[in-house]
Design a protein around this ligand. Structure first.
Ligand code: ATP
Ligand code: MG
Length: 370
């Protein structure tokens, strides 16, 4: 046991991570891993709320490996952090069921995030599954099992941590203090996609992945949207809303150079090619150490699996301890214990009676002695 406060956060294993994830969450996690005891959940049960088919389940193992590999490649240290697979922790299912009784259906149904997720999965009020409505309850179980103090989340998930707090307070009030009330930490900003139209998202085809090769990054950068009104390099360009500059602002360590480039761009003194050339170099320099770690973990057969496996076994212990306290506080342990005790008494008595009657009874037929 350490006395560091705990963090719970993670991702659904639906594909590889991109620069948007780095800006929005990963860099924060790397920064926080020394200060907090971190639990990173590979949330495959959450994936089932919108993708329950066997074809999706068949992808879990590979996607979980890819996700963990991306975590490790950006510098998550497996010696300090616990990376685990949600579906292998049966206490998640149990706690989620208990918590489901402490929140109303309208409270969940009103959440814009649930409506958004339903819409994205082409579901409406009539087709939304019970499980998707319960998404924040499942998330509360994830957070409360390791008794996390801090939950780094994207803006879209902030309301879910509020639900977690309500559930934790409700639980503690009804049954006794078991859970700390977790804080949320809204992670870094949103990174726009290479199309400049929407946030970077793997399903929109506008993402630069952490696992992209230098050549692919270069190609993506050169096909990036810039300023649609700029036909020639000597026409003044717009910096605001131009994703090339958004990325330079985020990833170029030489702020003075970026400021100079922006100024020249505005004055029509620099072409898109030069700016993109710089961005390709900057992004590849940023990604080089990521690639190096990725290559290392990939060269060690079974190492990523071992990290997920060890993390999951550790999480099982943590979860079992919390759930024991949960059931004890609720009185469920004693409910069953009382029944079990009486049943065991009866079993003992019956066994004793049977033994006695066997001792006094005539020997079974066929084995009778003369
Ligand atoms: P999908 O296309 O399947 O929705 P995605 O690429 O949008 O995938 P999500 O799994 O939806 O990724 O994102 C999970 C979390 O990662 C978000 O809640 C957010 O915190 C963070 N994130 C994703 N994309 C970005 C982005 N472009 N900028 C900042 N943060 C992001
Ligand atoms: Mg998304």
């Amino acid at each position: 046991m350490t006395d560091r406060k705990r963090i719970l956060t993670g991702d659904r294993p639906t594909g590889r991570l991109h620069l948007g994830h780095y800006v929005g969450s990963l860099r924060n996690r790397v920064r926080l891993q020394d200060e907090y005891e971190c639990f990173f959940i590979i949330a495959d049960l959450h994936m089932l709320t919108t993708k329950p088919g066997p074809e999706h389940i068949a992808e879990i193992a590979d996607n979980a490996r890819g996700l963990a590999l991306d975590y490790l490649s950006v510098g998550i240290n497996p010696g300090k952090c616990t990376i685990f697979l949600q579906s292998a922790i049966h206490e998640v299912y149990e706690l989620s069921l208990f918590l489901g009784n402490l929140v109303t259906v309208p409270r969940l149904a009103r959440l814009p995030s649930i409506k958004d997720m339903a819409r994205a999965a082409l579901m409406d009020e009539d087709t939304i599954p019970f499980g998707l409505l319960g998404y924040p309850v499942l998330q509360a179980a994830d957070i409360l099992l390791p008794r996390a103090h801090l939950v780094p989340v994207g803006k879209d998930n902030q309301a879910h941590v509020e639900i977690t707090r309500e559930l934790a307070r409700r639980f503690n009030g009804l049954y006794g203090e078991v859970f700390p009330i977790p804080d949320d930490l809204v992670e870094g900003g949103t990174l726009v996609g290479t199309d400049g139209q929407a946030k970077m998202s793997k399903s929109l085809g506008n993402a630069i992945f952490l696992s992209d090769s230098a050549a692919v990054v270069r190609k993506k950068v050169f096909s990036m949207y810039t300023d649609p009104n700029r036909i020639h390099a000597d026409v003044p360009g717009t910096v605001e809303g131009n994703p090339v500059f958004a990325y330079l602002d985020m990833f170029d360590p030489d702020k003075a150079e970026v400021a100079d480039l922006k100024e020249r761009y505005r004055q029509g003194k620099v072409g898109d090619v030069e700016v993109k050339e710089r961005l390709a170099v900057v992004l590849n320099q940023f990604l080089d150490p990521v690639r190096e770690r990725m290559a290392y973990y990939q060269s060690q057969s079974g190492l990523v699996d071992e990290i997920i496996y060890a993390g999951t076994l550790h999480m099982r212990e943590v979860a079992a301890e919390t759930l024991r306290e949960v059931k004890k506080a609720m009185g469920l342990t004693s409910a069953f214990n009382r029944i079990a005790r009486k049943a065991e008494d009866r079993r003992k008595k019956e066994a004793a009676t049977a033994a006695k009657s066997q001792a006094g009874a005539p020997a079974p037929a066929g084995k009778a002695s003369h």
